[in-house]
Design a protein. Structure first.
Length: 435
């Protein structure tokens, strides 16, 4: 985790003290279930809770033990015994290390997902507010980076809102998929521990029992989780790139907020650079990169190997922390985004009406011209306008082939900007409902 891109609430999920507290809770809940089943004394389970529930685990001591044992869970259990005393012999009965590690990881991932869902809600709220603010603000739509037909800036933001709504749904599903618990023993057969222990621990930790595990919870669940984070990051980048393009000097239809005292360049005092959206592009690349090792972790040897372990120690914290930071940065960027309708109108007018070419094409076909001829008539009048050699509407009115089919009034009618926005309300209702 890089402090520069880390928010404290998400970081705390992955801190060693948090991890050891979760490990303890898993072990203590398992002890409760074992006591209810008569496997260990009830007083022992009570003592485990009483001695360690409010303990602060000594991370340095655990690290010291691990340097000798070369095993993190044994190091923890040894330290726990130092806190609990003789009753610690009843801890971890019938369990294997992965019962603790995998269940803990899934607790951490579900907590991280809850924060990310909250982040997405903030992004969605910002997009909705600004979309309605600019619902009917005309701007040019672009394909291949080239002026196409008019849209509204509100529609641009509505596209993003719909995309992040899907992202939220996927993340809710990914959270559910990864929210499982395994307390099933060395190879998942429950040979040394009753399945009811797993059910008890799962309920206590807010998880569901894994239907069938080996020594580990199946990693396809985690692959889906991290792939979902990667898709969300791609949506972040798509919107960030849109803002970067719109902020280019020759476009300048929207711009990141530039605060008092902010500096854009160490060399050029005039600069106002899209640093936030460029940063989001870079962070998105990293989140996507974490999805690949998660997918490769699915293929473990037999009932388990540890090739996934080192990767997960990195990608779990890094992917969730990075996406958390990126989503909050995106929400703030949208909330404060500077929007310039006058520049949008100026850019709409730059091509002298060429953005209405499809309407002319359709009008000609409806008046009897073949589509091939209509396309030829419109294009041959459009190309001089591209070169700055005249006005589109004027040229069309002088073209004898066009005038065979369309009157001057017919031609003028096709240049109505408002025509393009007649279904904006319909689109907004589809995206936002009736609000």
């Amino acid at each position: 985790m890089i402090p520069r891109y880390t928010r404290p609430e998400m970081a705390s999920i992955w801190e060693p003290q948090t991890r050891f507290k979760i490990w303890f809770e898993i072990e203590a809940h398992a002890a409760d279930a074992l006591a209810e089943l008569g496997v260990i004394p009830k007083e022992a389970a009570k003592t485990i809770w009483a001695k360690a529930k409010h303990a602060t685990f000594d991370v340095a001591r655990i690290d010291e033990i691990e340097r000798e044992t070369k095993h993190d869970v044994i190091a923890f259990l040894t330290h726990l015994a130092e806190i609990v005393g003789p009753e610690a012999r009843f801890v971890h009965q019938g369990m294997t290390s992965s019962d603790v590690l995998d269940t803990c990881l899934n607790v951490q991932l579900t907590r991280a997902a809850d924060l990310l869902i909250s982040d997405l809600d903030k992004v969605l709220a910002a997009l909705k507010k600004r979309a309605f603010e600019h619902k009917m603000t005309p701007t040019i739509g672009r394909s291949h980076g080239i002026h196409a037909e008019p849209v509204t800036f509100g529609l641009k933001l509505a596209y993003a809102y719909a995309e992040f709504s899907r992202a939220r749904e996927r993340l809710v599903a990914a959270r559910k998929e990864v929210a499982t618990c395994a307390i099933s023993g060395a190879v998942g057969t429950f040979a040394q521990i009753d399945p009811r222990v797993e059910e008890h621990v799962a309920k206590a930790m807010g998880l569901e029992p894994e239907p069938i595990s080996t020594q580990v919870i199946p990693r396809d669940r985690h692959a889906m989780y991290f792939a979902t984070l990667g898709v969300i990051a791609s949506s972040v980048e798509r919107l960030a790139i849109e803002i970067r393009h719109l902020q280019r000097t020759e476009v300048l239809e929207a711009e990141e907020f530039f605060s008092e005292g902010q500096k854009g360049s160490s060399a050029m005092p005039h600069k106002r650079n899209p640093v936030l959206s460029e940063n989001l592009t870079g962070l998105s690349r990293m989140v996507r990169a974490y999805a690949m090792p998660a997918m490769e972790n699915v293929a473990l040897w037999h009932e388990r190997d540890i090739s996934h372990s080192s990767a997960e120690r990195m990608i779990g914290p890094d992917a969730t922390v990075t996406l958390d930071f990126a989503l909050m940065r995106l929400a703030g960027l949208i909330e404060k985004l500077l929007i310039y309708p006058a520049n949008m109108q100026k850019n709409l007018d730059r091509l002298g009406g060429l953005v209405h070419s499809q309407r002319l094409l359709i009008a000609l076909t409806q008046k009897g011209a073949s589509r091939e001829d209509a396309y030829k008539y419109v294009q041959r009048n459009a190309m001089p306008v591209w070169r700055g050699e005249g006005d589109f509407q004027t040229l069309l009115k002088k073209d004898p082939d066009v005038k065979k089919h369309l009157s001057d009034a017919d031609i003028e009618e096709q240049f109505d900007l408002g025509y393009h926005f007649k279904h904006v309300d319909t689109i907004f209702k589809r995206v936002f409902g009736e609000s």
